[in-house]
Design a binder for this molecule. Sequence first.
Ligand code: ATP
Ligand code: MG
Length: 391
Amino acid sequence: MLGCMEYGHVMVRYGEIGIKSEQVRRKYERLLVKNIEAMLSENGVGFNGVSRERGRIFVESRDARAAEVVSRVFGVVSASPVAVTGTDIKEVCGMAAEMGRDIIGEGQSFAIRARRAGEYPYTSQEIGRICGDAVFEAVKDRNPRVDLKSPDHEIFVEVRDRSYVFSEVVKGVGGMPLGSQGRMVALVSGGIDSPVAAWLMMRRGCNIIPVFFNNGEFSDKAYTERAMDAIKKLKEWAPGHNFKVYEVPHGDTLREFIGRGNVKYTCVFCKHMMYRTAVEIAKREGAHGIITGSSLGQVASQTSDNLMIEHYMIDFPIYHPLIGFDKDEIVALARRIGTYDISVRPASCCRAVPAHPSIHGRLEEVKRIEGEFDVDGLVEKELAGTAVTML
Ligand code: ATP
Ligand code: MG
């Protein structure tokens, strides 16, 4: 009978954390364990405990979904459902044979991949050979074959303080544990790009403070709902961490600008004012940067000229993790993250966008235009009208 083996544990592998100094590594490992526990709980996966052991994390769970759920935790390189046994070679062989019986079908090939850590009376090659014989014997009525190059099944045997036998390796999302790299403000409009940008920084360990600018009369309710739903989807990747979501009224700022008649610079000014307000929010929150979904040349506001002008007078780090990405790459990531279907929902285009936006804006001109406004006053007004929701 296939597929009846009880695994009992999930072995979790993590990458970059392992090369940090002892002190940093302990801190990151603790964070990773906490995030794994929160992800399992949030997804209703029962578990008895999560422990750390010599460069690996073990989740004690009999839930078949456990490895897949753990693979979505930032910092996890891969996860495997494992059967655990003692280090006696007989026990190890017995477990490998049981796994062989479980997965090897008629006429299929297999290979044993053996590893050991620490002192052990057998070399890895010997473990491989002895376990290979035991597996072969266990399924010999199915005409099995040994194929070390491209087998139908790989049975991994790792002998450490205990022994672990597994055949499945679920690829993890990678990155660093969420919360290990401070906090940043993420400008999320709900389009395809900005949720992906925020997610990439989360994957590198950043907690985010999502900020949405509501363009008021220049936009509609669907636009706001789309942004909020995208933010909720991002939150699914951050169990155990709070999202403090800011909704900032931006319509008055846009109306005031358009009223002066310099409409070809509306988008540049709009973005610049978003940065100004976002910097104030970041300072209040003790955040270290601002994240946007800009990708070079994608739309009129994202030419190198305009990006330069938008950053004028902004004395604060602004990160554009998608700056060198092509659209199809961004779309593929959005699908994987789960925000794509939300982002393509119909919503109003920004009605403040002029027919002919400036593509190669001139800094001198924008400086002069900005001089006509009480910029600080506009920022104050936006901050005063801001609504904050905890997710
Ligand atoms: P996206 O695809 O992310 O919606 P976009 O392609 O429409 O963005 P722009 O309008 O130039 O491009 O915006 C560039 C970036 O500015 C966005 O990725 C986002 O980070 C930020 N941004 C734009 N509009 C808003 C908004 N209403 N609220 C919050 N951030 C915004
Ligand atoms: Mg875009």
